[in-house]
Design a binder for this molecule. Sequence first.
Ligand code: FES
Ligand code: FES
Length: 167
Amino acid sequence: MPPNHLEKTGRLEFTLNGQPVSLADVPGEASLLEVLRGRLGLLGSKEGCGVGECGACTVLLEGRAVNSCLTAAWQAAGKRVITIEGLAQGEVLHPLQEAFVQTGAVQCGFCTPGMILAACDLLSKNLRPSDQEIETALAGNLCRCTGYHDILRAVKRAARWIREERP
Ligand code: FES
Ligand code: FES
């Protein structure tokens, strides 16, 4: 149960990258990003702006992309959270991860986990996105390095691979 008041702490349970997680003494005001990075040591989700403007902290909550810096950890109670650490299947990269590497859409890499998870949300709903649809889906994710062109190509390439894999 979430604490009744923001000052209270409590035990938080949710599913993280397919595994159950149970954390004691989670403050009511903790963000999901703080819990992922500070309590669980998953550093793939980045803290950029901390105020919902850069998308570097994007994770999937029940399959939808959210800014984990603005999401209270307690909003994840009983729900499924996917971070970039949970996307690959063992040694096999997710098609989006593979496409980002192959197209040169990763430079410094700071924006990359958030970009990929935002794109993951898009492709779960639309495997034939137009350029405009990709741009709209990634509008909340900033990249200072790539100029976005290669990111767009990567998302389209991953969408094609996923379509071709499906019967
Ligand atoms: S760190 Fe969350 S949106 Fe920038
Ligand atoms: S690759 Fe550096 S911010 Fe996007």
